[in-house]
Ligand binder design. Structure first.
Ligand code: GDG
Length: 466
């Protein structure tokens, strides 16, 4: 039976020489599944985008269809920049002060979700399917399952939620909380990164809708929907391959040289207030104040990839980060030593892998994060390098990430505790090599176990069985 994926972003992007897979874990995990099973991927077309509404892929041996739902500028603003990015995103991450409930956002979200669901139903019908498998992705699409269920009662409907599910008392802040829950409960199976998030979801359904909970299953109006933990991972082979590519070690050496040959602490994040970037900068300042003997021996490289520009909170964060970076270098730089290298730009994956490889410590301190794949990528690259005789890196990881539940061997920290972060950073830099190696090997084993291809297989198997 074929598979119809519904996700905000399309799995392929136009390039100067045709089409290429989109970057990111989701496309790399799900493209092979779609190529194998056949079916379709339904995604948004942004207002300024010039892509076909329907195309088959790959062009030379079509295996599946990409169907785009075109959004005009006001819809994009209210549905995507508004409801998704200014309401659901901060709420899921417990950052309630950023939540801006707004009726126009809510209405646009409902209308756009309906269009996504109808596009998915159309594409299935055109293929002659009456009971396909739908797999809906993330917080942009909460109302899609309900409409799919009404249109095709016999379909199998899966949903994956990529961010944290907050405590029921936090989720209920939303005026549309009950509608959103009902929308999701059109699914047969909803996957979360951790058992904690799945439990919060079940509690929300019980508290707000009066649903019954039977083990992992939510029962509402006689319909059953399972909420399970299905932790996502990365394309491990791809990152290990990047680490071991012929010029990878030379590229990493070059970076180390460019940064002055000192110990490197690395942060890689989308520029997003959930990632704890400002507190991380403060903690690094604290570290420099507390350990003057380390001046000249360490540098902090923070890569912040531009994200959601035009949303006021993100534009504000950009200014605050510029200010913090200026302050740190202004106060602490001496002679040829630069304590902080702040890069507001994106890099291609081989470059990113070179940064992972060059780093002594990855400093991953989100305030909340559904999983956090940067931690996985760092461990995969640094681990592959260490296995090939290179230096192992250490991972400092926020305990408020999904990854902290799984990545054994990481040094766990509270991202709100600047003193604790400063101390952990010093500990990580001082970890004796055998200890680093042993810890990294444990983390690497966990990362391999969560490989994104296994994630997709396990989820779809569970959906098929239920
Ligand atoms: C959401 C959830 C969950 C970053 N800068 C560059 C670049 N990246 C890539 C990283 C990594 C990805 O972006 C970031 O993934 P994360 O998991 O860390 O965070 P979100 O983007 O917030 O993802 C999260 C995830 O969904 C999956 O379910 O883990 O909790 O919030 O892959 O490598 N990639 C390239 N250049 C960059 O400059 N090429």
């Amino acid at each position: 039976m074929s598979l119809v994926l519904v996700a905000n972003r399309a799995p392929i992007r136009p390039t100067p020489d045709g089409w290429a897979p989109s970057l990111g874990g989701l496309a790399s995990a799900l493209l092979p599944v779609l190529e194998d099973r056949g079916g379709a991927w339904v995604a948004m077309r942004e207002p300024d985008e010039d892509t076909p509404l329907t195309q088959t892929y790959p062009p030379d041996a079509p295996a599946f269809t990409v169907r785009r739902v075109p959004l005009d500028a006001p819809e994009y603003q209210a549905f995507y920049q508004g409801m998704a990015n200014r309401v659901l995103w901060p709420l899921a991450h417990y950052l309630v002060e950023h939540v801006e409930p707004d009726r126009t956002f809510r209405e646009a979200y409902r209308a756009v979700n309906r269009r996504f669901a109808h596009a998915a139903l159309d594409v299935a019908r055109e293929a002659g399917e009456t009971a396909p498998t739908f797999w809906v992705q993330d917080y942009h699409m909460m109302l899609v399952p309900e409409t799919l269920r009404a249109g095709m009662p016999d379909a199998r409907i899966g949903f994956f939620w990529h961010v944290p599910w907050p405590a029921s008392e936090v989720f209920r802040i939303l005026p549309s909380a009950r509608d959103l829950l009902r929308g999701m409960l059109g699914s047969d199976l909803i996957g979360f990164h951790t058992e904690g998030y799945a439990e919060n979801f079940r509690e929300s359904a019980r508290d707000l809708l009066g649903a019954e909970i039977d083990g992992e299953t939510v029962v509402l109006d006689g319909r059953r929907c399972r909420a399970e933990s299905h932790p996502i991972g990365i394309d491990v082979a791809r990152f290990e391959g990047l680490a071991l590519a012929p010029d990878a070690a030379a590229l990493a050496d070059e970076l180390r040289h460019d940064f002055g040959g000192v110990q490197i602490v690395l942060g890689v994040d989308r520029l997003d207030y959930t990632k704890g970037l400002l507190l991380r900068m403060e903690a690094y300042e604290r570290f420099l104040e507390r350990y003057p003997e380390r001046h000249g021996e360490v540098t902090f490289v923070q890569i912040a990839t531009p994200s959601r520009t035009g949303v006021p909170a993100y534009d504000r964060l950009k200014r605050d980060m510029d200010e913090a970076a200026g302050r740190i270098n202004g106060q602490f730089a001496r002679g040829a030593w630069t304590p902080l290298h702040y890069r507001y730009q994106s890099f291609d994956q081989p470059e990113l892998a070179a940064f992972y490889q060059a780093a002594d410590v990855a400093f991953v301190t989100p305030l909340r994060d559904g999983m956090n794949l940067v931690a996985h990528e760092f461990a995969a690259v640094s681990g592959a390098r260490a296995d090939a005789g290179g230096r192992p890196g250490a991972l400092v990881l926020s305990e408020l990430t999904g990854a902290a539940d799984y990545l054994d061997g990481a040094l766990l920290v509270n991202p709100y505790d600047a003193d604790g972060l400063a101390r952990s950073l010093a500990d990580a830099l001082d970890l004796p090599e055998p200890d680093r190696r042993a810890r990294l090997a444990r983390t690497q084993a966990a990362v391999r176990d969560l490989d994104v291809h296994a994630w997709a297989r396990r989820f779809l198997e569970s959906l098929d069985e239920g």
